[in-house]
Write a protein that binds this ligand. Structure first.
Ligand code: ATP
Ligand code: MG
Length: 350
């Protein structure tokens, strides 16, 4: 079967899942399928005998693996290339490893893989994506108990992973972070200069709370892409499932924390979203995670807020300009009136 050229279809995905499960394709049906936003893979949901399954089939060769962003000045998610075989093996083995650490209550059970068909199959854990819950909650003020419970579990999950995997220590040089930010400020650019300046100010204020210019953090195993899109909330079972382990690797303890806090705070760029709601959800996460030291909290606050100003705010403005229609027409209004308000929202203590 010629798998590679897109478009792929449901019948091909059915054959891929059957190969991964080593069963006859007659025993298996596909209920729904979709191609991921980056067109890197196709996901399918179906049944094998009576069991619901979820499959992922890689579409790109070589396969680009996105790297997590950990600094406020990183403009883009870098990527590394892996062969599809390498990618399937990596995701399979990291999944097994996490499965052993976290257990079947929060990590989907892997059911089978096929290197030739570039496919992995898991149990379908049901539920809904937490990023969808989060958006609905912030914009419609609905789903509050579900999203609060999901985020509390997310905090507990991360703490558990870090406790089970901790080993050594790493030292983060805060002065380097500030210097890099200063270097960006020196590059100039009228409109952005003010934002970079504020980003620098946020970093400096946050780092002033840290007694030394170096921060020692624990080295742990990191999920690597700890975002709301990679979590599912199953309300019937009251369980949070964490998925997508392609970037699972040794990390320092702030990396997964930063990914999630970045993501939650970027919602502040939507003027319809109340800061109180975002903070309530951030607090739900911290209540599950438990106490973090003051220097670590200051580090995370500084980097996450600086990144919104330095990176996400200009990106949101640019997107509006490119969208055309009403978005384009409102872009300059947004830029003149709302952007400064956003700046103030991000700069006030979180
Ligand atoms: N075991 C599962 N059961 C049900 N749904 C799942 C399962 N695993 C993942 N999903 C859903 O499928 C979506 C895509 O899965 P995943 O995050 O693993 O792919 P991805 O690598 O991000 O894909 P792409 O990069 O192509 O977007 C997730 O957002 C998740 O909600
Ligand atoms: Mg994902």
């Amino acid at each position: 079967m010629n798998l590679h050229p897109n478009p792929i279809d449901a019948e091909q995905l059915r054959s891929c899942a059957a190969a991964a499960l080593q069963c006859n394709r007659r025993d298996l049906s596909i209920r729904r399928w979709e191609i991921g936003p980056g067109r890197r893979s196709a996901c399918a949901w179906g049944q094998v005998f009576d069991k619901p399954f979820f499959s992922k089939t890689l579409l790109k060769d070589p396969f680009p693996v996105m790297l997590p962003v950990v600094a406020p000045w990183e403009e883009d998610f870098g990527s590394v290339l892996r062969s599809p075989a390498e990618q399937i093996e990596t995701e399979w083995h990291t999944n097994l490893r996490l499965f052993r650490i976290a257990g079947p209550e929060s990590v989907p059970t892997p059911l089978g893989k096929s290197i030739a068909h570039r496919t992995i199959v898991w149990e379908d854990v049901g539920g809904v994506r937490v990023d969808e819950l989060f958006k609905r909650h912030l914009l419609l003020d609905s789903q509050t108990p579900a999203v609060t419970a999901a985020l509390t579990r997310a905090g507990e999950w991360l703490r558990h992973l870090q406790q089970r995997s901790g080993g050594g220590f790493a030292t983060l040089n805060l002065q380097d972070v500030v210097e890099q930010m200063r270097a960006r400020l020196a590059l100039g650019g009228s409109d952005s200069t003010r934002r970079v300046h504020h980003a620098l100010q946020i970093l400096q204020e946050a780092f002033a709370e840290i007694p030394s210019s170096e921060l020692t953090v624990r080295t742990v195993l990191g999920h690597g892409d700890f975002t709301l899109a990679n979590m599912r909330w199953n309300a019937a079972k009251e369980r949070l499932y964490v998925v997508d382990f392609e970037n699972f690797a040794p990390a320092h303890e702030c990396q997964d924390l930063l990914s999630l806090i970045f993501e939650m705070r970027t919602r502040l760029l939507n003027p319809l979203v109340s800061k109180r709601s975002v903070m309530a959800l951030e607090n739900a996460f911290w209540s599950g995670y438990g106490p973090a030291s003051r220097p670590i909290m200051s580090f995370i606050h500084g980097i996450a807020s600086a990144r919104i100003l330095y990176f996400h705010l200009p990106q949101a403005l640019q997107k509006r300009k490119q969208q055309g229609g009403i978005s384009r027409a409102t872009a300059s209004v947004y830029s003149r009136f709302l952007a400064p308000a956003m700046l103030a929202r991000c700069m006030e203590g979180m």
